[in-house]
Design a protein around this ligand. Structure first.
Ligand SMILES: *Cc1c(COP(=O)(O)O)cnc(C)c1O
Length: 373
């Protein structure tokens, strides 16, 4: 097989027809209203509140600052946050940058989401918040996490950066916990170029989110919180409105790509996919594949290296786990979360995007299958 030209990257953002974006850009130019909650922003906020079935929803300029503003809105003064190390580093950074301390708890072995079984033992009088991640769009065990939280009167803030459009038992993931953050970065399955949102259950919390993303302003002459700047612009919101229009088609195409990968690789010993719970509607945000070196005969890193030889670039999401990152490892022991550590050594996220050709999927799978020893 020849090298891929152009190379195949782990993801490629979908874009709406450029003429449609031009139309909205003209509207923005005509309005001379570029940010601070203009017409596009208002339309997108309303549309996403409905789409995500959120009681309340506020837009942000990116997911990371959305997470920091959500943490700020709880109003803690220091303390510990129970979270997972098997996530994009943003989750841990948002906690730490908010003056709180991440306490890394292990994940469960099927979905790699925060294991509710280990949570209670890590709760101390300093615990303020539980911050689980719907990793790869696989929802956490929200019922069990909710029970632990309720027993200890702790709020839950979900990092739902990967989980746009995912439903559990027909209910949008935005409905679980006190709040949930979504990322609309260009690499996510719904994007606004850069962007994010926080869904929450109370009007009061939504007001605080507005304040924290806009310097603490509650009204023209009333500055109540020490907020920063995390506002979404009109150009981002316009991109979101168009991507939203095509979102179901996007998911349909991603579903076909995911099915093809499973069909091609599903039967190979030592290669495994995350199971799909019956009551979950997926968004196929990522294509994580786990390689067991004992039965596959090759390590995840060897498979990645082989693919790179064909100009195919998968990613090791998530390696290293947060507790093993250079900026955290002095204070943590990655071995304390053995399931997360093992996942970080074995999972490879293969290329996944809506217009990835099925023939390319077949080629990728052929290369992967040929790695087996
Ligand atoms: C992408 C991501 C974020 C950060 O979102 P940005 O929009 O890139 O700032 C946070 N958490 C997780 C799990 C992510 O994947």
């Amino acid at each position: 097989m020849q090298k891929k030209n152009p190379p195949i990257l782990v993801t490629r953002p979908s874009l709406p027809p450029v003429e449609e974006y031009e139309t909205l850009v003209r509207e923005i130019f005509d309005s001379r209203f570029l940010t601070n909650g203009g017409a596009q922003h208002q339309k997108l906020e309303a549309a996403l509140t409905q789409k995500l079935e959120a009681p309340y929803l506020r837009l942000f300029t990116n997911g990371h600052l959305a997470l920091e503003c959500a943490i700020a809105a709880f109003g803690f003064f220091g303390g510990e946050v129970l979270t997972t190390p098997f996530t994009f580093i943003s989750t841990a950074h948002a906690i730490e940058r908010s003056g709180l301390t991440p306490v890394f708890c292990d994940v469960e072995p099927d979905y790699y989401t925060l294991n509710p079984a280990g949570l209670e033992a890590r709760i101390t009088p300093n615990t303020r918040l539980i911050l689980p991640v719907h990793v790869y769009g696989n929802p956490c065990d929200v019922a069990a996490i909710g029970r632990v939280a309720a027993r200890h009167s702790l709020p839950v803030l979900y990092d739902a950066a990967h989980a746009f459009g995912v439903t559990i038992g027909g209910r949008g993931v935005a409905q679980f916990g006190a709040a949930a953050m979504f990322s609309f970065h260009a690499t996510k399955c719904f994007h606004t170029i850069e962007g994010g949102a926080v869904a929450c259950g109370s009007a009061e919390f939504a007001e605080l989110l507005n304040s924290y993303k806009n310097f603490g302003y509650r009204a023209d002459d009333e500055i109540r919180e020490i907020g920063g700047n995390a506002k979404m612009t009109e150009f981002q919101a316009a991109m979101g409105l168009l991507n939203l229009k095509y979102f179901e088609r996007e998911i349909e195409k991603r579903g076909k790509v995911a099915a093809r990968y499973r069909e091609n690789l599903g039967g190979i010993e030592g290669v495994s996919f995350r199971p799909v719970p019956e009551n979950v509607k997926q968004n196929y945000a990522y294509l994580p594949v786990t390689f067991d070196p004992a039965t596959f005969g090759r390590t995840r890193d060897e498979v990645a290296e082989t693919l790179r030889g064909y100009d195919i670039f998968p990613r090791k999401y998530f390696y290293p786990i947060a507790s093993a990152a250079a900026c955290y490892r002095e204070r943590y022991r990655p071995e304390d979360t053995p399931v997360a550590l093992l996942a970080s050594e074995r999972v490879l996220t293969l290329p996944m995007y809506a217009d990835l050709a099925l023939t390319d999927v077949d080629d990728i799978c052929e290369i992967v299958a040929a790695c087996k020893r």
